[in-house]
Design a protein around this ligand. Structure first.
Ligand code: HEM
Length: 310
């Protein structure tokens, strides 16, 4: 009888322990560094703010970096194309160096990127939210993983699928695409819409004609456009709902963005966000938290140098 009771006790203990392990695995926490690195958020915000003063391209690049970091499981964006936002990776390096001094081996690079992305949005006039933390950095680094990012040529069905593969719904797709309220694109990402759309139509007919002519001047031929390009909305350093207004006017830069306005599954959300910036901000904060839960690494490490595995 005593042996049976002891067995029962051990079985219950093991069961409780495994429940604790399973639930602790996925749970990120807004207060994750409260005890171990209380100054983490302050140091990250300070670094991002200073860098953005010196280089106004930093906010958009950091926001895009966060999107890629969540979509690529192994946190390896900097190893392969499309890696333009990686030009702001030095900001993450800088924050990491400060954090390693303040609280060694504690704050992951994935968490630094998540906090920095929230900070750039808030700094540019957008919403603010509590970032859930506790991610680990990937232990594998594969350049080819960047190929799993959605390209700007996807149709709406492909975009929906790409987001659904990560547990994100159509609402998240339309909302997070609002990240294109910040930043710039090189001609290479949209030039096919101007000169080689189809055999019969050189220019994408969903584009506003005046907008298409303006872009053709900036990107006069299909290749060799170097650094030329276009801002993604008319207030590209301000986080606002202008991106959605531009889509309604046929002035979306990417086929993917404009495609969402021309599709019944996504058009009404675009109209709602164009009419109500507060609604967009509220939804954006919620979808960024969801995006931050995608591909959370539970078995990784805290990298000492964000550019390489320990
Ligand atoms: C829906 C699928 C998406 C596609 C196909 C896409 C595609 C692109 C492309 C092609 C560029 C321009 C790259 C270049 O030529 O320099 C770009 C820029 C950018 N993307 Fe996206 N993107 C998507 C979603 C997102 C999301 C979800 C966010 C953030 C929440 C985001 C944030 C940005 C930002 C801020 C830039 C500007 C970067 C800069 O100025 O350097 N994108 N995106």
């Amino acid at each position: 009888m005593a042996a049976q009771q002891t067995n029962h006790f051990f079985l219950s203990a093991i069961l409780l322990l495994s429940i604790a392990v399973v639930s602790s695995k996925a749970a990120l926490d807004a207060h994750y560094y409260d005890q171990t690195c209380p100054q983490a958020e302050f140091l990250i915000a300070q670094t991002v703010r200073n860098a953005s003063i010196y280089d106004p391209k930093v906010p958009a690049r950091i926001l895009r970096m966060f999107f890629h970091d969540c979509f690529i499981r192994n946190k390896a964006e900097k190893d392969g194309p499309p890696n333009i936002s990686v030009r702001a990776f030095y900001v993450i390096d800088d924050a990491k160096a400060k954090l390693e001094k303040a609280c060694p081996q504690t704050v992951s690079c994935a968490d630094i990127i998540a906090v920095a992305a929230r900070d750039v949005v808030a700094m540019a006039g957008g919403p603010r939210w509590d970032v859930l933390k506790g991610r680990k950095d990937g232990k594998v680094s594969k350049a080819n993983d960047t190929k799993t990012l959605p390209p700007p040529t996807f149709n709406v069905t492909q975009l929906i699928q790409s987001f659904a593969n990560r547990g994100l719904d159509v609402n998240d797709l339309v909302t997070l695409s609002g990240g294109h309220t910040l930043g710039f694109s090189h001609c290479s990402s949209f030039v096919a819409r101007l000169h080689n759309f189809t055999t019969f139509q050189k220019t994408d007919p969903s584009m506003n004609m005046g907008f298409a002519s303006m872009l053709k001047q900036k990107c006069p031929n299909s290749n060799n456009n170097g650094d030329a390009g276009q801002f993604l909305d008319s207030t590209a350093s301000q986080f606002d709902n202008d991106y959605y207004k531009q889509l309604i006017a046929g002035k979306g830069v990417f086929a993917t963005d404009q495609g969402m306005y021309n599709d019944q599954r996504t058009r009404s959300m675009i109209e709602a966000f164009a009419n109500d910036q507060d609604l967009f901000f509220k939804e954006f904060a919620a979808s960024m938290i969801k995006l931050g839960n995608v591909g959370v690494n539970e078995a990784g490490e805290v990298r000492l140098d964000c550019r390489k595995l320990n």
